[in-house]
Ligand binder design. Structure first.
Ligand code: ACO
Length: 381
């Protein structure tokens, strides 16, 4: 029987499950690094494809490596016709995260050599998955709106391709750049809940599709990636600046959390939040749509005051939804856009974990009874 003195690490807070060279978060100083590179520099100088290569292969690619990598991602834009058929049979009101989880799982059934677990083969699977996600989402959106799916366009980078499939025309350079930046910002974030879920599945030596499917299911929750959709819905529901205070009063009285606020690691501002806030501000000006941004600013100001004692600040999800909204991405797609970027980080961690695999199997401290007498069903009350 377990002793009551044994510490229980609720939420696995401050527990390290592996050594890693992928990502470093300095939660006190608001800094985020991918493979040693500051996220601010990557956003300024890099692209999502280049950052994906960096995360997966551990170094920035040279021109030839980047060209080959981009080509293999673009070759993956075209879906197996069976996947399109599956997209057609989903209920039109299926949440896109549910659909994506199912589709990534379905991709495994077309793998021509599932027993091949070499690094090379797994990287090719990852590339296939990265390239497929925008097409799955863009195609489903058209199907659910009663429109004909559009043929993939391998001339476009992944960010532009996604917007192209949604809109039916190529995005302007500015929108494509914003989308690309958002993908860079979502690509990786150390051992968060969804990356851990992927790692747990991978640790059993299950396959990459199952591991990523676990990640999608975990990211969906409103305490994690689902918060971007919830934050935007909150701004819409509030509707005007004068309603911010009464809305928050009611929320706090009910003991509910403000979506897009708080983080297990950041005890200061999330560096991704800063970048996304600036983009949301610029977009609200460019589009002449100030209302939602101003509501968001007011919510931020009020919540900061109310949660000051806890060191709680806005996180990546607070303004990302507004950016996606200004890009005319459907609201129920927001967490899928997060997934589109994060699938890279998940894959990098899965591959790194497999280099030094150990089954993840923690323990639960038993607090129940023992040696109870078994009663036949007829004798139970
Ligand atoms: N709104 C109101 N109160 C909050 C919030 C919030 N967003 N976040 C934390 N608090 C409160 C907690 O209720 C707690 O108060 P208590 O001690 O009186 O119970 C206190 O602040 C400390 O917070 P914890 O709950 O200990 O923080 P934890 O590390 O467990 O949770 C989490 C982090 C889950 C992100 C939390 O802040 C939250 O639920 N935020 C809202 C959802 C959200 O934005 N999730 C996205 C996170 S970023 C990402 O995953 C991509």
């Amino acid at each position: 029987m377990s002793s009551p003195q044994i510490p229980v690490h609720k939420g696995l807070e401050d527990i390290y499950v592996k050594e890693s060279k992928i990502c470093y978060i300095d939660g006190e100083r608001s800094k985020l690094f991918y493979r040693g590179y500051d996220i601010d520099d990557l956003v300024k100088y890099s692209t999502f494809e280049e950052v994906s290569y960096l995360l997966l292969y551990g170094k920035l690619p040279n021109r030839k490596e980047l060209n080959e990598f981009q080509k293999s991602i673009r070759d993956s834009y075209t879906l197996n016709p069976e996947v399109i058929k599956l997209l057609e049979i989903f209920r039109r009101d299926t949440h896109p995260m549910d659909l994506l989880r199912t589709c990534i799982s379905y991709l495994s059934t077309f793998d021509d050599s599932p027993k091949d677990q070499s690094l090379e083969k797994n990287l090719s699977r990852v590339i296939k998955i990265i390239g497929s996600i925008p097409t799955i989402l863009g195609t489903f959106d058209r199907i659910r709106r009663g429109k004909k799916p559009i043929e993939p366009n391998p001339k476009l980078n992944l960010a532009s391709h996604f917007l192209y499939l949604l809109r039916g025309k190529e995005p302007k350079e500015r929108d494509a750049k914003i989308m690309d930046t958002a993908l860079i910002l979502h690509a990786e974030h150390e051992m968060n809940a969804s990356t851990f879920a992927c790692t747990v599945t991978a640790s059993t030596k299950s396959d990459i599709y199952s591991s990523i499917t676990s990640g999608i299911g975990t990211l969906k929750g409103p305490l994690h990636g689902g918060a971007n959709e919830e934050a935007l819905r909150m701004f819409l529901e509030i509707g005007s600046i004068d309603k911010v205070k009464p809305y928050l009063d009611e929320l706090f009285v009910k003991g509910k959390k403000v979506m897009g606020f708080g983080h297990r690691i950041y005890k200061n501002y999330d560096p991704r939040y800063r970048i996304l806030k600036e983009i949301a501000k610029e977009m609200s000006k460019e589009r002449g749509n100030h209302k939602l941004f101003e509501i968001a600013l007011k919510v931020e100001e009020e919540v900061l005051k109310r949660l000051e004692k806890y060191n709680i600040y806005p996180n990546v999800d607070f303004y990302s939804g507004l950016v996606f909204y200004f890009l005319n991405i459907p609201i129920d797609f927001f967490t899928c856009v997060f997934t589109m970027g994060r699938v890279v980080g998940w894959s990098a961690h899965i591959i790194e974990y497999w280099m030094d695999n150990r089954l993840i199997r923690p323990k639960a401290l038993y607090k129940g009874e023992l040696n109870l007498p078994y009663k036949p069903i007829e004798q139970r009350e």
